[in-house]
Design a protein around this ligand. Structure first.
Ligand SMILES: [Zn+2]
Length: 189
């Protein structure tokens, strides 16, 4: 019975409640909750992880990063927390997460592209003149990319290469656009 109680306490904790809040529900002290978790081998959050979960602006920032194609662990590293905490932060806010991480490989016109660390799909062929899939797809629809122009992902997800998500911009407009996105993100803090 005790184990069952601990499991429900832990479920509550994973839903973002603090040790203290869980204790209040079960009418035991915060220390007793922690002790029960440690004894049963449930992992507890660091105080940094706990406070991050409560901070909406930081979580929004994490979500934007996640949405740009990075996984929970990679996002967590940037914020000094574990991947599980990142996942919890999104889940308790009802923010949808990817079922699986983005496909590691996709094909387009018979060529295979693999997801790179920075979030773009890149050709697996050696010496491919146009290795980046978003450039290939835009060109496929619109013809060659003019000199001095770049292809921007409108939703900031570098792995979302649907043609509706690709915008051709001058290099300088693109820089300004990302600057303003960064400022917006800064304002959420
Ligand atoms: Zn861009």
């Amino acid at each position: 019975m005790l184990e069952l109680r601990n499991a429900s306490m832990y479920a509550m904790y994973l839903d973002g409640k603090t040790l203290r809040e869980v204790g209040e529900v079960f009418n035991i002290t915060m220390a007793a909750v922690r002790k029960a978790f440690v004894r049963d081998g449930y992992k507890t959050r660091s105080s940094a992880e706990g406070s991050l979960l409560k901070t909406n602006p930081r979580c929004k920032e994490m979500y934007a990063m996640y949405h740009s194609g990075r996984n929970f662990v990679e996002v967590g590293k940037e914020f000094g927390v574990g991947g599980a905490t990142v996942y919890t932060a999104f889940r308790i806010r009802g923010w949808p997460t990817r079922k699986h991480s983005v496909n590691p490989k996709v094909t387009f016109n018979g060529q295979t592209y693999s997801l790179t660390k920075v979030g773009y799909y890149s050709s697996t062929a050696k010496n491919d003149k146009t290795p980046l899939l978003h450039r290939v797809i835009w060109t496929h629809h619109n013809g060659p990319i003019p000199e001095g122009y770049v292809i921007h992902h409108i939703d900031e997800n570098k792995a979302n290469n649907d043609i509706s998500n690709l915008q051709c911009m001058t290099n300088s407009d693109h820089g300004k656009h990302h600057d303003s996105l960064n400022k917006w993100r800064e304002s959420l803090r």
